[in-house]
Design a protein around this ligand. Sequence first.
Ligand code: ZN
Ligand code: FE
Length: 257
Amino acid sequence: MKVVTIPCLRDNYAYLIICEATRQAGIIDPSEFSPVWKVIQQQGITLVSILNTHHHWDHVGGNQQLLTKLPDLKVVGHHSDRGRIPGQTHYLEGDETINIGQLRGTWTHNPGHTSGAITYYFEEAAFTGDTLFAAGCGRLFEGTPGQMHHSINQVIGSFPDHTQIYFGHEYTQNNLEFAQSVEPGNRWIQTKLEEVRQLRRSGKGTTPSTLESEKLTNPFMRDHSPEIQNTVKQQDPSNNLSPASILRVIRRMKDNY
Ligand code: ZN
Ligand code: FE
């Protein structure tokens, strides 16, 4: 398997997943047509599927033009996104596998950012869309703090630590600066922030992360940290410090950061 990262729009990432044995490929979240089409042609692959993590326009914006070029494409998304994902042909509902050439992918339902949000898994890679970012999570547009906490920590978080996290937006530097503000004593955040600033200064992206790195630096996976709990208590003295209540306060602080 080969993954090609395709920067789109202002800060989105589409990802081309290539089965090297067959040269068939799938595209995760084609935000827009032109940059995706250029990479497809450069790579000389046969695109067989569009895999959408959720229905937002900045993740499905290229679907229709890709379908105009390749009318037989499968367009995969959660069954509850029926009518919201342009051109959708496959409605994930159970334990379907997703085939790209000889690659066999799986998926999990991750409500929180949207009700139909999903993560795709191929080999050691997870494509998390706007659910889990490096050092962050998506805004709660259609879900509760409890749902987002479960999606990130119990569902995605149950995969092996070395799982590569391919996220939907390049928000990492800002996310780490926020993470540092709510957990200033965390030396993993400090170290990663220095690395990320260096990467961004030289025009590079920060995807993928790993689940291990997220467990150490992502404030939405660190409700066990006494420093995070302290920050939450300062913001919201009556907070009961349940994982969902902690996520609610940290998410609200990030919304206003
Ligand atoms: Zn979104
Ligand atoms: Fe997005």
